[in-house]
Design a protein around this ligand. Structure first.
Ligand SMILES: [Ca+2]
Ligand SMILES: [Ca+2]
Length: 163
């Protein structure tokens, strides 16, 4: 709870009430320091994951979801968040497993409309890349990656709706 209040003060955001459940999750040592922006809270796992499914389960166990980039403002905020972080790459929401090139949220099925692909991406390498990561070394822009790949192991960027 102390961490969360500090984040809000640093951003000069208005004070909001937060449920006890969310407060508890922010003391979770599985994640780095969260950051609040508008009505959302974002946090990155300390662990890396062999699959999107495992990454997703970790966000959901903290009462959040894998970050869904819904607009340009959120995109820029999250790219900067990754750039300032101590990790190299993170899963964000989106899959085109059902139809190549049509990206939807794994959680809601809603079409994804906001992208910032790094140069040469999405390349659907070997015809198998159906998830999305942000890569710090590529200006925190997007790459399509395999959803199950023990060698890749991104961290995960989680999001919680505060109100
Ligand atoms: Ca979002
Ligand atoms: Ca790719």
């Amino acid at each position: 709870m102390r961490i969360f209040r500090l984040s809000l003060l640093l951003l000069g955001a208005v004070q909001v009430s937060v449920s006890t459940e969310i407060s508890v999750s922010l003391d979770d040592r599985r994640f780095f320091l969260p950051s609040a922006y508008l009505n959302k809270l974002y946090f990155i796992s300390r662990a890396t994951f062999a699959s999107f499914g495992l990454a997703r389960a970790t966000c959901e166990s903290a009462r959040g979801y894998v970050a869904e980039i819904d607009n340009l403002v959120e995109l820029i905020f999250l790219e900067n968040f990754l750039t300032r972080s101590d990790v190299a790459k993170v899963y964000v929401a989106g899959t085109d497993a059902a139809f190549d090139g049509r990206w939807v949220s794994q959680r809601t099925g809603a079409t994804r409309n906001v992208f910032d692909w790094s140069d040469g991406e999405p390349n659907n390498f070997n015809g198998q890349e159906e998830c999305i990561e942000l890569i710090k070394s590529r200006q925190s822009r997007m790459n399509d990656i395999v959803c199950n790949n023990p060698l890749e192991r991104p961290n995960v960027l989680c999001e919680i709706d505060l109100f």
